[in-house]
Design a protein around this ligand. Structure first.
Ligand SMILES: Cc1ncc(COP(=O)(O)O)c(C=O)c1O
Length: 383
C-alpha cells in the first residue's frame, strides 16, 4: 500500500462515515428487497477497491460490481466472499477463473457462452450469467432480433444458468430530458417479456445506475448498480436538478474523498519573472510561491490552468503549467504558509471547499474522471 514513500507527501483521505451514509441512502431509496450492487470498478472510482468494498458490504451493500477480472481476483484474494458481478469483457482464455472465483459475468456473444459452457461442464460447476441487452447505447449487448436465438443457445449448455438480464442507459445523466431513457426502459421491458415468454424465470433484471436509481423507481427491478453517487457525488447538475424538481424527498449525498499534499518549498519570486514550463505565467508583483509535490502523473490534470488549492483554509491560485510531478501555487496572501504545511487539492478546509465537480470544471471533464484518475499508487487512508 505505502509505495515510494509517498504516504507523507501526497495522500487521499476517505471518510468511512460518508461511504456508510451513502449506502444507507441507497438502501432507503430501493428498499430492503432490492439487491444493492455498488460499482467498485476503477479502484472504486479512485476511493480504493478493497477497503471501500469492505466498507460498502459492512454498510449493507449486497453485491459488488467490477469491470475486470483482475479487480474481482483482488477482492477474492482480500477475503471478500460477497457475490461479484463483472461488467466488462473477459478474455476467452480467462473464463475458467470466473468459475474458480465464483463470479457472475455479463455475456453478449456466443463465443463466451460456448467456452464458458464447456468449462463449466468440465469442472462440473454452474456458471451464472447475465445477458446484456442492447436498448440504445450501442456498446455491449444483444439486439432484440437476436435475443430469442441467444437465449436458446445458452440453454443448450446444461451448466449455464441465466441469472440476469441487464441493460445500461445512454443518456440519463447528461440531460433533464429523459425521453431517450424512457425509450430504452420500454425496450428493456419488452425484451424481458420476450425472454420470460420462453418460460424461463430470470431472478435479476437490472438497468439502474446512480441517475436511474435516484430518479426512476421503475428502473430498480430486483437489483440496482449505482456507482458515482455511492461515493457521495451527483452524476451531474442535471440529475441533481431533476431530482430536486421531480422527487418529493430530501436526500443528502456525502462526498467521501479528500485529496491532500504538503508544501515542499516556499520561495520569493520578484515581480516580472516567469513561473514554470513555457513561461506561461509572469508575476505582476513580488510573489511568494509554494511548490507542491503533485502533478499530472498523480492525476492532477495538465489541462488545468485556472485553479486553486486550499492552505490554512484559504485559496492559493495555481501559477504556471501543471508539471509531471510538481505544481506551483501563489501564497503571497497566506503569510503563515510554511514548509510541509498541509494542502487540500480536493475537499474541505475550514469554510472553503474544492469539490470534485469544481475540479472537473477546471479540467473540462466530469467528476467521475477526476476521482478515478487519482493515481492508484497514492495511498488511501480511511478516517
Ligand atoms: C454497466 C454499468 N452499470 C452501472 C454503472 C454505474 O454508473 P454511475 O456511476 O453513473 O452510477 C456503470 C458506470 O459506468 C456501468 O458501466
Amino acid at each position: 500500500m505505502y509505495l515510494f514513500g509517498m504516504e507523507n507527501l501526497v495522500w487521499v483521505e476517505i471518510s468511512k462515515n460518508a461511504l456508510q451514509s451513502n449506502i444507507n441512502t441507497f438502501r432507503n431509496l430501493v428498499g430492503k428487497d432490492t439487491i444493492l450492487c455498488p460499482c467498485v470498478k476503477s479502484n472504486a472510482y479512485g476511493h480504493g477497491l478493497i477497503e471501500t468494498s469492505k466498507i460498502f458490504l459492512e454498510s449493507g451493500a449486497d453485491w459488488l460490481a467490477v469491470n475486470a477480472l483482475y479487480e474481482a481476483r483482488s477482492l477474492r484474494s482480500a477475503g471478500v466472499l460477497a457475490p461479484i458481478y463483472v461488467l466488462g469483457y473477459i478474455a476467452l482464455s480467462d473464463l475458467e477463473e470466473v468459475l474458480n472465483l465464483d463470479l457472475r459475468i455479463v455475456v453478449y456473444n456466443k463465443e463466451t457462452v460456448s467456452r464458458l459452457g464447456e468449462i463449466a461442464e468440465k469442472l462440473d460447476k454452474k456458471a451464472k450469467i447475465h445477458i446484456k441487452i442492447e436498448t440504445g447505447n450501442n456498446r455491449q449487448g444483444v439486439v432484440a432480433e437476436e435475443i430469442e436465438d441467444f437465449v436458446k443457445y445458452i440453454l443448450s449448455f446444461k451448466n449455464l444458468e441465466i441469472e440476469g438480464l441487464s441493460t445500461h442507459f445512454a443518456n440519463i445523466e447528461d440531460t433533464k430530458d429523459h425521453s431517450y431513457a424512457e425509450i430504452q426502459l420500454k425496450k428493456f421491458n419488452e425484451i424481458v417479456a420476450m425472454v420470460e415468454n420462453l418460460e424461463i424465470k430470470i431472478p435479476f433484471k437490472h438497468c439502474a445506475n446512480s441517475a436511474a436509481t435516484l430518479l426512476f423507481p421503475e428502473t430498480h427491478f430486483e437489483m440496482v448498480r449505482p456507482g458515482i453517487s455511492t461515493y457521495g457525488m451527483w452524476p451531474s447538475d442535471e440529475t441533481f436538478l431533476s431530482f430536486s424538481n421531480e422527487r418529493k424527498m430530501n436526500i443528502s449525498l456525502v462526498p467521501a474523498l479528500c485529496w491532500k499534499t504538503k508544501i515542499a518549498q516556499i520561495k520569493t519570486v520578484p515581480s516580472g519573472e516567469f513561473i514554470g514550463y513555457g513561461c506561461s505565467y509572469k508575476t505582476t508583483r513580488q510573489t511568494k510561491i509554494a511548490i507542491l509535490p503533485v502533478g499530472y502523473y498523480d492525476g492532477y490534470d495538465r489541462g488545468i490552468n485556472n485553479a486553486h488549492v486550499l492552505i490554512h483554509g484559504k485559496r492559493a491560485a495555481l501559477r504556471g503549467r501543471v508539471c509531471m510531478n510538481i505544481i506551483m501555487v501563489d501564497v503571497t496572501d497566506i503569510p503563515e504558509a510554511s514548509l510541509e504545511d498541509e494542502v487540500v487539492l480536493i475537499g474541505r478546509d475550514g469554510d472553503e471547499n474544492i469539490s470534485a465537480e469544481q475540479f472537473s470544471k477546471w479540467a473540462d471533464t466530469i467528476n467521475y474522471e477526476v476521482t478515478a484518475r487519482i493515481n492508484d499508487r497514492i495511498p488511501r487512508i480511511y478516517v
